[in-house]
Design a protein around this ligand. Structure first.
Ligand code: AMP
Ligand code: ZN
Length: 111
């Protein structure tokens, strides 16, 4: 399948991996919007959040994000989780993923 994130998961495209388990990888975003900008990516391909009805994966996105945020020492200062969904949601890569943003004040506009 012609999917950037599937290729990253298969190791065909290089990435900076911070975490991996049987269901998920966490990589650094190539174009960071904050000092810390990570992507939590399920290994199984779902195009969008709307296409995924697997509650293990949906819950796992948040579990993995929390775990990595804690490991990276971000949980006290704070962080933001975002899932852009479809065109008006700002999604550009159509493989379900969650953004974890941190390292600066994210207060103010949501979008
Ligand atoms: P979204 O707009 O929510 O679909 O987010 C896609 C994100 O993937 C953007 O923040 C991109 O900077 C990021 N991205 C695209 N290609 C790569 C890549 N090869 N490695 C890491 N991040 C990427
Ligand atoms: Zn994919």
């Amino acid at each position: 399948m012609d999917c950037i994130f599937c290729k990253i998961i298969d190791g065909e495209i290089p990435s900076t991996k911070l975490y991996e388990d049987e269901g998920f990888v966490v990589i650094k975003d190539i174009n960071p919007q904050a000092p810390v900008h990570l992507l939590i990516i399920p290994k199984r391909h779902y195009s969008t959040l709307v296409d995924c009805n697997d509650s293990e994966i949906l819950g796992g996105l948040v579990d993995v994000a929390k775990r990595v945020a804690t490991e990276e020492g971000l949980s006290d200062r704070g962080f933001r989780l975002v899932v852009n969904t479809n065109e008006e949601g700002g999604q550009t890569v159509f493989h379900l993923h969650m953004h974890l943003l941190a390292g600066r004040s994210l207060s103010g506009r949501m979008g």
